[in-house]
Design a protein around this ligand. Structure first.
Ligand code: ADP
Ligand code: ASP
Ligand code: MG
Length: 402
């Protein structure tokens, strides 16, 4: 069997954790499997490197940032290889460049284009444990790129797909995917299984346990994922196309994202094309938006609001100022003190009343809802960030804790 195992930053944070993971890898290998391992940078290394860069330059080029960040994963694979060597095991560590993991040119959020499996196959044929640096790629200029935060998950899934691996295991610091972040909601329940679509929504809406693009890739290539703990031996969560589910589960999970901002464009002229020109200006700046609301307004003008990632807020403001006089709106405002709470579940489609239960939970806590958005398997609401944890806890109690 070919097994791909990915270990996140906390799983390899220090010498003790590295030895622990080496034990898991060794066991899998000694059972007779081909083993390919993807590692993240140790602990908070990526954040620490970003902080160091910021001390030197508030606006560094994305190329040099990627050059810096890829060193974190390279350290991890070399250290793990050194540890496995000490156990007498055959091992080789490889960077993205060495395995021909090509991406597009987008530094900081590159997309994988191809993986040259030849070197990987050769190493596996030599019966070596293969350690691959996660999160990184190489673009057409021969420069290192990174795949975006949490990108090692995507590296693991891409390798599993390219090599038609039999299993893809994502080891982390919790025992699987839960109905809410188990570190924030003590009553959160571990899910035995979850569909790709539900996981994709949870991941996109702030559940960082898996990177959303890794789930997208897994769905596209039919790679079944297992999320499990590197510290506790317990069955994890399977992420797959179809799941068997208990009838009574109205929703599957709740996610929270505080890294969002609301953009409000005031007094937009009420005529065809206004909304288009506003959203077009934002999209030309390469920024994704969510939850668009138009409030019908006073005297031939409307207010248009939408949600963006907090890190994009200033860029949106700049893009909109650039078209302000051409479109003729009065003002653009940013609010960063919001949180988006999302309730996800495939059963939502067939069960009425889920939205009203969500609203009831918030009403019980006297939490005011600022924006609402619904889709077939998701309800998102925007509230004041100060109440975010209370809101998640209240919704969780309503659905899971009685
Ligand atoms: P890694 O370093 O292994 O990639 P991450 O920190 O990226 O780990 O993701 C694991 C974390 O995701 C957990 O520690 C947990 O706090 C958080 N998390 C958020 N939502 C969920 C959820 N629904 N289920 C499990 N973990 C979640
Ligand atoms: N080290 C990178 C990050 O912190 C990639 C990863 O951990 O998946 O985002
Ligand atoms: Mg992660």
């Amino acid at each position: 069997m070919l097994i791909v195992q990915k270990f996140g930053g906390s799983s390899v944070a220090d010498v003790k954790r590295i030895k622990n993971v080496a034990g898991i890898i060794a066991e899998t290998f000694l059972e007779g499997n081909d083993v390919m391992v993807v590692l993240s940078a140790q602990g908070d290394t990526t954040d620490d490197l970003l902080a160091k860069a910021a001390e030197l330059n508030q606006n560094p080029s994305k190329r040099e940032l990627d050059m810096l960040l890829t060193t974190g994963e390279q350290q991890s694979i070399a250290l793990m290889a050194i540890c496995l060597e000490s156990m007498g095991l055959p091992v080789v560590s490889l960077t993205a460049w060495q395995i021909g993991l090509g991406t597009n040119a987008e530094y900081g959020s590159a997309r994988i284009r191809r993986i040259d499996t030849e070197r990987l196959r050769r190493e596996l044929d030599k019966k070596r444990i293969v350690l691959v640096a996660g999160f990184q790629g190489v673009n057409k200029f021969g420069d290192y790129t990174t795949l975006g935060r949490g990108g090692s998950d995507t590296t693991a899934v891409a390798l599993a797909a390219a090599l038609h691996a039999d299993r893809c295991q994502i080891f982390t610091d919790v025992e699987g995917v839960y109905t809410a972040d188990p570190r924030k909601v003590p009553g959160a329940l571990k899910l035995g299984e979850i569909t790709y679509d539900e996981m994709m929504e949870l991941a996109s809406m702030g559940a960082q346990v898996l990177m959303n693009r890794s789930v997208q890739l897994a769905k596209r290539y039919g790679v079944e994922l297992e999320v499990l703990s590197s510290l506790v031996r317990a069955p994890g969560t399977k992420v797959k196309e179809v799941v068997k589910r208990m009838e009574e589960m109205k929703i599957t999970g709740i996610a929270k994202d505080e890294n969002v901002a609301r953009v409000t464009v005031l007094e937009v002229p009420d005529k065809p094309g206004s909304a288009f020109r506003i959203l077009n200006a934002v999209s030309r700046a390469g920024i994704n938006i969510d939850m668009i609301i138009q409030a019908n307004g006073r005297g031939g003008a409307n207010d248009i609001s939408f949600v963006v990632a907090q890190s994009d807020a200033e860029a949106v403001e700049k893009a909109l100022r650039g078209v302000q006089s051409a479109i003729g709106f009065a003002e653009v405002g940013l609010d960063k003190s919001i949180a988006r709470i999302s309730v996800v579940g495939a059963a939502m489609m067939s069960s009425v009343g889920i939205a009203s239960l969500v609203f009831e939970a918030l009403n019980d806590e006297h939490i005011n809802i600022q924006m609402i958005n619904t889709s077939e398997i998701k309800i998102s609401i925007v509230i004041d960030a100060a109440y975010a944890d209370r809101a998640v806890a209240a919704i969780h109690r309503k659905f899971f804790e009685n």
